[in-house]
Design a protein around this ligand. Structure first.
Ligand SMILES: Cc1cc2nc3c(=O)[nH]c(=O)nc-3n(C[C@H](O)[C@H](O)[C@H](O)COP(=O)(O)O)c2cc1C
Length: 338
């Protein structure tokens, strides 16, 4: 079976190992959505940290789809060149870099109107969204397409559609937040329609660039979807052409599932079996031996680490060394691993 340290392929993309830096919002962007010095330093440091794939945080496809006014965006052409500084640095150091395309829907906390599948607030701390008209949904699809185009122009190697954690696409997928009676609500086929349209349109725009999706594979509460339904929609997304599925959970309604190292791995395993495309597992996997076990046991093809990389931006090199491999940091850092 493969090792965490082995190379792997996502679509046409060759990755030097199966360590992924999970996307993490920094809330440090300009109010106009552009990256700041923070992003250069933060992603620069992670880009030399040993991971095969560095994911840039959830980046909004529309201004009203930002979680906060300090979110990174891909909704204006001016964002493209600024993000290109980050991708150039990653590539100069042999690291592939992806970006997450996101729309917060009813979880947006920005001035002005917010939108969702149905007029139901996430909680009493959030504004009540306006339910999107069917006629507006193609604008959302096109916002994802334009952002995908900008991301590719900026040099990103991988695009990940964010359909997890209670954001807009998850809101459509879930019977807890989608109360529509038109062709975008009700049955699972209808609830996944918008996400499938976005996958199709982004896939067409992306050409050779691989496209993945992050899903929440269970909602943990009665009335929400479970892993069996998630496996069904994941398989459909794979048929629609996603090259990888990043398997997380929850976030659409308050829930407090038991969390422990590897708690989401069984979800990744189930999705992998159903969808037949590479799957990334995530969630308290920053013990190198546990991460290695997840890959070696065939439960997932790669492991994403989030907080572990905040604690130690060079977590990848440490994991490689712990597993008996040879870290290959930039020459300036080589003496630290000699
Ligand atoms: C500071 C922070 C920001 C995050 N932002 C995002 C994000 O932009 N997109 C996303 O899908 N998940 C986001 N997450 C979730 C992580 O990607 C990851 O799934 C989660 O933290 C579990 O992994 P861990 O146990 O290795 O931290 C964030 C997590 C943290 C800690």
């Amino acid at each position: 079976m493969p090792s965490l340290l082995d190379s792997w392929k996502v679509g046409t993309l060759e990755l030097k190992n199966r360590i992924v830096v999970s996307p993490m919002c920094q809330y440090m962007a300009e109010e106009s959505g552009g990256p700041t010095d923070w992003h250069q330093v933060h992603y620069g440091s992670l880009a030399i940290g040993g991971a095969g794939l560095l994911m840039v945080e959830a980046s909004a496809v529309e201004g009203r789809g930002r979680i906060s006014t300090r979110d990174l965006g891909l909704y204006a052409d001016e964002h493209t060149e600024k993000l290109a500084h980050i991708t150039r640095f990653a590539h100069a150091h042999g690291t592939k870099i992806g970006i997450q395309l996101a729309h917060a829907g009813r979880k947006a906390d920005v001035p002005g109107e917010i939108v969702a599948p149905s007029a139901q607030a996430f909680s009493d701390r959030y504004a009540c969204p306006r339910a999107l008209e069917v006629s507006e949904l193609q604008d959302i699809v096109q916002a994802f397409v334009r952002s995908a185009r900008r991301a590719i122009q900026a040099g990103f190697d991988f695009l990940e559609i964010h359909a997890a954690h209670g954001y807009l696409l998850h809101q459509f997928l879930s019977p807890l937040s989608n109360h529509r009676t038109d062709e975008y609500g009700g049955s699972l086929g209808n609830r996944m329609r918008l996400t499938r349209e976005i996958i199709g349109a982004v896939r067409a725009e992306a050409g050779a660039t691989p496209v993945g999706i992050r899903i929440s594979a269970t909602e943990y509460v009665p009335g929400g979807y479970d892993v069996h339904e998630a496996a069904l929609f994941a398989a459909e997304f794979a048929r629609d052409g996603v090259d990888a599925i990043d398997v997380s959970s929850g976030g659409n309604v308050p829930a407090a599932p038991p969390v422990y190292p590897g708690y989401q791995v069984p979800l990744a395993h189930a999705v992998r079996a159903a969808a037949g495309v590479p799957v990334i597992a995530v969630g308290m996997l920053d013990d190198a031996h546990l991460a290695e076990h997840v890959v070696q046991s065939g439960q997932a093809d790669a492991v994403a680490v989030a907080r572990g990389f905040l604690r130690n931006p060079h977590w990848g090199h440490h994991a490689i060394r712990e597993l008996g491999g040879t870290p290959q940091p930039p020459g300036s850092y080589a003496r630290a691993y000699a």
